[in-house]
Design a protein around this ligand. Structure first.
Ligand code: ATP
Length: 361
């Protein structure tokens, strides 16, 4: 993989406010990269420093091996798609897309028309050129904005919450289309989103940001299965947190977990700097289970009582009280044929497995 964008020691201050704190980051050519985090964590600011819409207070932004310090936004090999799309309603679809070529004065009309049609085909809007932009659906407008950004074949496409104005169904459809489009054009996409599911579905790698810092940078599976901190674990998906005590650290780790007792876990289930003493153990709801009547398991069991039931159709989420655990355990169960939905107060047996446990900072 070739590094395309490198940020070294990047800091950004808005007056006294420290919006980006010592960001060090490499984004590769052809990568689908996401900046994920809660509102106000600095992800848009980071995207805008790459685009050149914000200057950095300190540090270096390099694109394609070139220092961008003195390169204005319009001369960078990047193009941005905004949340609001910024479509001109009084123009046609083709005129909107051709707006992306406004600085290419040397191109003749037929060449421009060909490029517009190519860009529209790329986003699944072939033949839509003559339509009035105001008559488009939200999803179609988003595609026009994408076509306009892609027409100049930038090296990097920057996407600031591009799907947030769409309804759930359309958003899911556009996620799949964006992945397809990125593979097809092969350029680097950098997506800003606060939607963890969207980031997991779409990205090769994700930087999770909190308060101007990168909390963890990893591929989706590593982020989900091996979050490096409690805040990353709770921001991405659901996680049960249990008090634990690390007893010994060698090739394996001896740990006593509240309600589950003493057990051994592998070193890769713990942070590198793990040491003897108090700790927090995390277990995802779908890695726990409930033993229904007639079912068997060779995994471990602990008694519990159902405290809360939330029915989702395909899944049911249970909160189950277990002796010795302060908070009820959240457990996600598939509603398979023949499985009843348990009532609050039902006595039950919780299936667990130490292989799905992670120790967290
Ligand atoms: P959101 O998802 O809400 O857009 P974000 O993670 O993208 O959040 P940013 O927009 O990057 O966050 O903002 C980070 C912080 O910097 C916020 O606290 C914001 O109020 C502040 N900020 C952003 N732009 C400016 C500005 N031009 N002047 C002063 N403060 C700013």
């Amino acid at each position: 993989m070739t590094a395309l964008i490198t940020l070294t020691g990047v800091n950004k201050y808005y007056a006294d406010y420290h919006a980006l704190r010592d960001i060090n980051l490499t984004i590769n050519a052809g990568e689908f990269f996401s900046l994920l985090g809660p509102s106000g964590c600095g992800k848009t600011t980071l995207l805008r420093t790459i685009a050149g819409f914000e200057s950095v207070s300190d540090g270096v932004v390099m694109i394609g091996g070139k220092d961008m310090a003195d390169v204005p936004a319009n001369l960078r090999p990047t193009n941005m798609v905004f949340q609001s799309y910024a479509i001109f309603p009084h123009l046609t679809v083709a005129e909107n897309v051709a707006f992306g070529l406004r600085k290419s004065k040397d191109l003749d009309k037929p060449t421009k028309a060909k490029m517009v049609e190519e860009a529209l085909t790329m986003v699944g809007l072939a033949g839509y050129g003559k339509r009035a932009a105001h008559a488009l659906s939200g999803g179609q407008r988003q595609r026009v904005a994408l076509a306009r950004a892609l027409i100049l074949k930038p090296k990097v496409l920057l996407l600031d919450e591009p799907l947030s104005a769409l309804d759930k169904k359309m958003r899911e459809q556009m996620q799949v289309e964006l992945i397809r489009l990125q593979r097809q054009v092969g350029i680097t996409f950098i997506l800003v989103t606060h939607d963890q599911e969207e980031a997991l579905v779409m990205s090769d790698r994700i930087a999770v940001m909190f308060e101007g810092e990168i909390g963890q940078l990893a591929d989706p599976e590593t982020l989900y299965r091996r979050p490096n901190s409690r805040r990353v674990a709770s921001f991405i998906g659901k996680m049960n947190f249990l008090d634990a005590e690390v007893k010994a650290v060698s090739e394996e780790i001896d740990v006593t977990v509240q309600g589950l007792g003493p057990l051994k876990i592998s070193a890769e289930q713990a942070p590198e700097e793990v040491s003897v003493g108090p700790a927090v153990a995390g277990i995802r709801p779908e890695t726990l289970g409930i033993l229904f009547e007639g079912e068997t398991t060779d995994r471990k069991l602990v008694d519990g009582v159902v405290d809360e039931v939330v029915y989702y159709g395909d899944m049911t989420y249970y909160d189950v009280r277990v002796d010795g655990v302060a908070q009820p355990l959240n457990i996600a169960m598939k509603n398979l044929i023949g499985r009843p939905v348990l009532d609050v107060g039902a006595k039950t047996r919780v299936i667990w497995d130490e292989r799905s446990l992670v120790l967290l900072k």
